[in-house]
Design a binder for this molecule. Structure first.
Ligand code: 48H
Length: 261
């Protein structure tokens, strides 16, 4: 049977439309397909929740692809290794308490497992704003990333979500929009984004977990966005805290969703 270009085109348009339509009314919308966002999405989807990730870049993985300064290896501690083991990512012991993993394997396997668990990943889509009702975030305003990059005046679309995760890393983009536009008090000590501090791996890894929490009603922060929002250090290319933060935010949101059902 000769290939019909029209059928190929129709297949793509119809299937993508189905995928997008199934993400219009989400349990959890995650912004950013870095390590913390992808891990969070996996655990939430495994619990049966309707989850999507919106990633502004063409590629998933955020800062994990590049390891440290593009030496594409990552380091994790024992606790972080537990998560990589769960995903089936190979780790190699280095010195006592330190393990390495291939950044490419870690990124691709985590994303593949998330997709297979039912997560819908939308790349090339930027989250440019949020929907807030009665003091609570309840949706995301999305647009094609090339619209943002080229500065075209094109209106966005909206997805509804019971919970949102800001997993945008150092830039903590969603929280910044809320701070700027809502003029509301965030759930941080000063009521504002506290800001990321300089590098201190030991402290940063612990505080990443402590800071993984709700930062404004309806929106949680994970990974580097958690430390940026609540004012802690960066940690350099050690990724245990990012993976554990993804797991933690999934547990917290799952509990909330259960309580509300
Ligand atoms: C859609 C967006 C938007 C937007 C950004 O930076 P990430 O890898 O995030 P984490 O927190 O999971 O991991 C951080 C880690 O990679 C890292 O940078 C570390 C450990 N640094 C330590 C140090 O000292 O430097 O991924 C965030 C993702 C990226 O893919 C962005 O493109 C994406 O979020 N993103 N997607 N809409 N508005 N903003």
């Amino acid at each position: 049977m000769p290939l019909d270009e029209l059928k190929i085109t129709q297949a793509i348009i119809e299937r993508f439309t189905e995928k997008l339509k199934s993400a219009l009314n989400l349990d959890v919308a995650i912004v950013g397909a870095g390590p913390s966002g992808m891990v969070a999405s996996y655990y939430l989807a495994k619990q049966g929740h309707n989850v999507a990730i919106f990633e502004k870049k063409l590629s998933i993985g955020g800062g994990m692809w590049g390891g440290g300064m593009m030496f594409n290896q990552i380091v994790v501690q024992k606790e972080g290794k537990r998560i990589l083991d769960e995903f089936g990512v190979k780790t190699v012991p280095y010195r006592e308490g330190y393990f390495t993993a291939d950044a490419i394997e870690a990124t691709t396997v985590i994303c593949a497992k998330a997709c297979q668990a039912g997560v819908k990943v939308f790349n090339c889509i930027s989250v440019e704003d949020v929907v807030v009702r009665e003091g609570r975030v309840c949706g995301l305003v999305i647009n094609w990333s090339p619209v943002e990059v080229t500065g075209l005046y094109v209106d966005p679309l909206v997805v509804r979500a019971r919970y949102v995760v800001d997993a945008t890393g150092h830039t903590t983009e969603v929280m910044k929009v809320i701070e700027r536009k809502m003029g509301a008090r965030l759930l941080t000590p000063s009521g504002k984004i506290e800001g990321e501090r300089s590098l201190w791996a030991e402290v940063a890894e612990t505080t990443t977990l402590e800071n993984t929490k709700e930062a404004y009603p309806g929106i949680f922060v994970s990974g580097m966005a958690a430390n940026a929002t609540f004012g802690s250090y960066r940690m350099g290319p050690i990724f245990g805290g990012m993976l554990l933060s993804g797991e933690r935010v999934a547990q917290l949101i799952h509990k909330r969703l259960q309580q509300e059902n």
